[in-house]
Design a protein around this ligand. Sequence first.
Ligand SMILES: NC(=O)c1ccc[n+]([C@@H]2O[C@H](COP(=O)([O-])OP(=O)(O)OC[C@H]3O[C@@H](n4cnc5c(N)ncnc54)[C@H](O)[C@@H]3O)[C@@H](O)[C@H]2O)c1
Length: 264
Amino acid sequence: MSLLAGKKALVTGVINDLSIAWGIAKNLAHHGATLGFAYQPNPKIERRCRACVEQLTPRPVFVEPCDVARDDEVKRLMAHWKEVHQDLDILVHSIAFAPATALGVPLIKTARADFLTAVDISAYSLIALCREAEPLFRPGGSVMALSYHGAVAYYPHYNVMGVAKAALECIVRYLAAELGGGRRPDARRVRVNAISAGPIPTLASKAVGDIDRMVEHYGEKSCLGRTVDQNEVGRTAVFLASDLASGVTGETIFVDAGYHFIGW
Ligand SMILES: NC(=O)c1ccc[n+]([C@@H]2O[C@H](COP(=O)([O-])OP(=O)(O)OC[C@H]3O[C@@H](n4cnc5c(N)ncnc54)[C@H](O)[C@@H]3O)[C@@H](O)[C@H]2O)c1
């Protein structure tokens, strides 16, 4: 029996076959989940996302645009999901963005507008997606978001993204409490977690900068003498999405080859 048989998953953040979201999607599909995708509206991104999705068998029917900075688009996405798939078990948030003017700029020089954009798209969007998805979740649903160690430690080039990831991890804990339902007898017991991945070359990480040096550094310092890849993140996503993780919520799980606790 496949771990995720009968479960329906909506995956955001596939822009090409290097995307962490694509590593997650392939692994969810491998374990039997029915997949749907939401891509950032842009003809080039749509083409690239569809080129990935077409590799899956059976081919997902739900491949829809959604700019997560827009509440109306998030609402429309979830309403459309309801029409096509009725309900939802797994929601993957694999989205981050900061304006180019904020990347490589020390935090102290970050413009207010750039800060707000970075936190809006990289962190607030999880709240927006969960708000619209909440009524669709079946009992035991699982939400996951992608984070990075820059949320809790200083990385010279990460700057505003570190602040956005700290917000994201905090949002994960608050949403875990709210969607878990506590003592409410009618609660759907949806779990919300973050995966904090080690550095992986992707479009987003190349935009942040220094990715090759980071990968090299993890090779020197991490317990396993390397960084991780998209499939390793994907397999952790399968665990979080499955009933194997039925008692795990509000956590940030590191998939970083054992880097984050090394002091020397
Ligand atoms: N690559 C790494 O080293 C690394 C490490 C830890 C965490 N992460 C996180 O993983 C997640 C995925 O990033 P990735 O590295 O796979 O890069 P990626 O470039 O493949 O994915 C980023 C995605 O965000 C989407 N996006 C940006 N703005 C959007 C918007 N307004 N609406 C909808 N979608 C939007 C892009 O279209 C893209 O699909 C991000 O949250 C990133 O911070 C990446």
